[in-house]
Write a protein that binds this ligand. Structure first.
Ligand SMILES: Nc1nc(=O)c2c([nH]1)NC[C@@H]1CN(c3ccc(C(=O)N[C@@H](CCC(=O)O)C(=O)O)cc3)C=[N+]21
Length: 284
């Protein structure tokens, strides 16, 4: 068996066309969607990601502002910038690129963002909305992108066993809640799970979000399963790779996402979608 590939680039292109149309409509109504991205320090990976986000805004007609600061920026100064952006009516989404320098408390910074502009979905108010199913929050972009990929292949989650590997606040935990909301039976595995393969071998859907190359091998996957790879790692040649042994697993899985060209582009697409949604919620 050879797995079908879920092409995150192609799906992103399709969704971004719709997003561009919506941005145009909002702009015509005098509320052009706007995203502010804050980058502190000169982490090379962060620079690349941030550039991709700004470019995606430009491609879809979303107004974007990039604020770059030296790594020595104080937490107080950063909080003041966020307060200014919270009050800026042209800005509907605020993204503070993570990680932040060690002297800045990341959770404090996230909680300073107005929940109405929390397009990353990292604020405790967004987490609470996802947990309870109450409206008003934003869903974190990476797990939301994974769900969109499952929807795109017409996958019915109800009654299926979904195994999420990883329990971060940004991916694993929100992913599990989204799958649960679709009536999947959800198992969360993590570093203290003694026999990971025991769970993954029973899974209809595996979401790997650990950050460990070669974590999921073909012997751990049930024939026909859907395998979503959230990992972002480098191999020995410096090439980008996920948590899944793509060559091996694609021989047994029914569907698989590649890295690059899978979840990554979808993460950015969901950021754009959240920014549009935020502008829509604005009355005026
Ligand atoms: N506040 C905040 N929000 C984030 O959403 C956030 C963050 N901080 N910090 C870092 C992580 C990482 N992240 C990625 C998004 C897209 C790709 C992406 O598009 N990847 C391409 C490849 C890019 C490349 O070649 O390096 C792909 O998978 O095809 C990767 C990584 C967002 N993050």
């Amino acid at each position: 068996m050879t797995a079908h590939i879920i092409d995150g680039l192609a799906l992103s292109r399709k969704l971004r066309t719709q997003i561009a149309t919506e941005a145009q409509q909002l702009t015509a109504q005098g509320r052009r969607p706007g995203l502010a991205v804050i980058l502190v320090g000169d982490n090379p990976a962060s620079q690349v990601y941030v550039r991709n986000k700004i470019k995606a805004c430009e491609d879809t007609g979303i107004h974007s502002v990039l604020e770059k600061f030296d790594a020595s920026l104080s937490e107080t100064e950063l909080l003041a910038r966020i307060a200014a952006l919270n009050a800026d009516p042209r800005i509907h989404g605020i993204l503070v690129q993570l990680p932040l320098p060690g002297h800045i408390d990341e959770q404090k910074v996230i909680e300073a963002i107005s929940p109405a502009k929390d397009v990353d979905g990292f604020h405790v108010a967004s987490a609470g909305a996802l947990l309870t199913g109450l409206p008003g929050g934003f869903w974190p972009c990476t797990p939301h992108g994974c769900l969109q990929m499952l929807d795109d292949i017409g996958y019915e989650l109800r009654g299926k066993h979904a195994v999420v590997v990883g329990r971060s606040n940004i991916v694993g935990k929100p992913m599990a809640l989204m799958l649960l909301a679709r009536s999947a039976t959800v198992t969360i595995c993590h570093s203290a799970t003694p026999d990971l393969a025991h769970f993954t071998r029973d899974a209809d859907v595996i979401v790997a979000a650990v950050g460990k190359r070669g974590l999921i091998t073909r012997d751990m996957v049930k024939p026909g399963a859907v395998v979503i790879d959230v990992g972002m790692n480098r191999d020995d040649h410096g090439k980008l790779c996920g948590d899944v042994d793509f060559a091996g697993v694609s021989e047994v899985a029914g569907w698989i996402t590649p890295v690059p060209g899978g979840v990554g582009p979808m993460t950015i697409t969901m950021l754009l979608a959240n920014t549009i949604e935020s502008a829509r919620r604005t009355t005026a």
